[in-house]
Design a protein around this ligand. Structure first.
Ligand SMILES: Nc1ncnc2c1ncn2[C@@H]1O[C@H](COP(=O)(O)OP(=O)(O)OP(=O)(O)O)[C@@H](O)[C@H]1O
Ligand SMILES: [Mg+2]
Length: 373
């Protein structure tokens, strides 16, 4: 079995590092405070939160995870959130349904059986009822079910997506209700960093100053080197620290891509001479470019010609795209026009801005562009 895993949430043996972050998140939530965790895509937010919730659950908290990525209406929010809560309630499903009928206006809860014959919570809407009241009740449900000996922790993944539901009004409703919750703590997290930061640190927004802001960074290089060398050595594959560092640097230390490249290398060397060199790293990156090339071409062809030029410049130069030298070299127009293109890349999540430096969110896409534009 390939010891490297990439994609969604990793846990157990596949999860390493993040000890300080885990401690901080758990302490804040169990202390009754709210926290916002933000990081670009693929940094390991969901895995970290999953681990924190797991441990908090073992310590006696009731934890609920809700992903806003799959929520596209108020009704879906009500459905998914009530489902998440019903699953976590300690009582039998029958008792949970009684609770829900008592506390939530506008719906009739019931039990259905899924394909495995397992009872599940579901409900139907009461015709003509005001859904604002149902929404309010569902947001209050965790506080109703919690008490000072049984606190709840709610984690909202990709929370910035809430603004797509109903402008800022959904955000305002949620904030105005949960600020009164005494036995529930909230963890908001997501990958659209600038949107999340704005939600929680702009005075004009509903969630202003309502949670501790925490920026999740990449995993420390030294720990990643150790993890990679040890994992490979378990299968008698030798990886030197120099080559491990080369791998990590090629993908800007982003956890997902470290695992992806390592998995490709493992597959390549497992039945051969088991010493990894830089060429193996390059080959693995080329394989990944190949695997993802349909998607990368699609993403590239969606851009206007000017944006393609800016992407080309961004992928080829480490000196930014606004200097005279780079503007001339890549035949770019006025800086204001380039800025607009860059803003659109940030908006689309193609580019991340760190302390005024522009970086590709996907380092392999950057390599693809260098090769193909
Ligand atoms: N602590 C970790 N240990 C090992 N691998 C990790 C860790 N964190 C993240 N990864 C790698 O990154 C991948 C993505 O992790 P995860 O889905 O948790 O990140 P995310 O930040 O939530 O991503 P997205 O932005 O796509 O939601 C994992 O499948 C794994 O390969
Ligand atoms: Mg995630």
């Amino acid at each position: 079995m390939n010891p490297f895993k990439y994609g969604k949430i990793v846990s157990g043996d596949y999860f390493y590092n993040r000890k300080d972050e885990l401690k901080r998140i758990k302490a804040t939530l169990s202390g009754g405070n709210n926290i916002v965790l933000y990081a670009p895509r693929r940094y390991g937010k969901s895995s970290l939160v999953n681990k924190a919730l797991d441990e908090l659950q073992k310590e006696g908290f009731t934890t609920v995870y809700l992903d806003f990525m799959s929520i596209y209406s108020r009704e879906v929010f009500i459905k998914n959130y009530s489902n998440g809560i019903a699953q976590k309630e300690q009582h039998s499903i029958e008792k949970t349904i009684k609770f829900i009928s008592k506390f939530i206006r506008g719906i009739v809860p019931s039990i259905t059986f899924n394909e495995f014959g397992k009872p599940e919570f579901s409900f139907s809407w009461i015709e003509g009822y005001n859904k604002d009241e149902t929404l309010e009740d569902i947001i209050n449900l965790p506080e109703k079910l919690a008490d000072k000996n049984k606190k709840w922790i709610i984690a909202f993944d990709e929370f910035q997506e809430i603004t797509k539901l109903n402008g800022e009004s959904f955000e305002k409703i949620l904030r105005s209700i949960i600020q009164h919750h005494k036995n529930v703590s909230y963890l908001f997290f997501g990958s659209r960093t600038h949107l999340l930061i704005d939600m929680f640190s702009n005075k004009n927004r509903a969630f202003y100053n309502s949670a501790l802001l925490m920026n999740l960074k990449v995993i420390d290089e030294v720990d990643s080197i150790l993890y990679l060398t040890q994992k490979f050595s378990k299968d008698s594959i030798s990886l030197s620290e120099v080559v491990a560092l080369y791998l990590i640097n090629r993908v800007n230390s982003i956890p997902y891509y470290i695992q992806f490249v390592a998995a490709e290398i493992w597959q390549e060397v497992i039945n051969k001479k088991r010493i990894i060199n830089k060429e193996h790293v390059n080959m693995a990156i080329n394989n990944i470019i190949e695997l993802k090339s349909d998607y990368y071409w699609e993403l590239t062809s969606r851009q206007t010609n000017y944006r393609k030029k800016v992407l080309h410049a961004l992928s080829s130069s480490d000196k930014g795209v606004y200097s005279k030298e780079i503007t001339q070299k890549f035949n770019l127009g006025a800086n204001s026009t380039t800025q607009k293109a860059v803003a659109s890349f940030i908006e689309d999540g193609i580019i991340e801005q760190f302390n005024n430096k522009l970086e590709f969110s996907d380092p392999i896409f950057k390599e693809f562009l260098r090769k193909n534009l």
